[in-house]
Design a protein around this ligand. Structure first.
Ligand code: HEC
Length: 121
């Protein structure tokens, strides 16, 4: 089987690329269809990918460290986050600046914050 698929170098590379593609697709989570929101599985990776570069333990714009989930429990912060992620493109307060989250990401983050922002163990 291996021999048949990989009888030429070009074919072999194609085969590897297809496998790589299939593997990478499996890692993508459709945030719109998440029923039970998990901090570790959904929220943290989203914050790490979209907010952490500017709001982290070492450096935090606006004095807001989103790496610390205790901060996310603060009702004022929750409200602020829900507001700034939903602003129009071009609004200077939009977060992340000029690179809005997609609808599913916004929905997930808002749902999680509105539901109390539970942290799974
Ligand atoms: C490219 C850097 C950058 C990224 C990425 C970023 N922010 Fe910000 N954030 C800022 C800056 C700059 C400010 C303004 C600080 C100030 O005015 O003092 C800010 C301020 C904020 C504030 C406070 C707003 C207010 O009214 O005081 C919130 C809430 C916030 N960001 C949430 C987020 C969230 C949630 C994400 C990810 C979805 C995010 N930010 C991603 C740079 C960033």
């Amino acid at each position: 089987m291996y021999r048949k698929l990989c009888n030429t170098t070009g074919c072999c590379i194609k085969y590897l690329l297809i496998m790589l593609f299939i593997c990478s697709c499996k890692g993508i989570i459709d945030l719109c269809s998440v029923e039970e929101i998990s901090y570790k599985t959904h929220v943290q990776p989203l914050i790490n990918g979209k907010c952490k570069s500017c709001h982290n333990n070492n450096f935090a714009y606006g004095n807001l460290n989103l790496e610390d989930y205790n901060v996310l429990k603060n009702p004022k912060v929750k409200k602020q986050i829900i507001e700034v992620i939903k602003l129009e493109l071009g609004d200077p307060n939009l977060m992340p600046p000029n690179r809005p989250l997609d609808e599913c990401q916004i929905q997930l983050l808002e749902n999680w914050l509105t539901l109390g922002g539970a942290i799974d163990k």
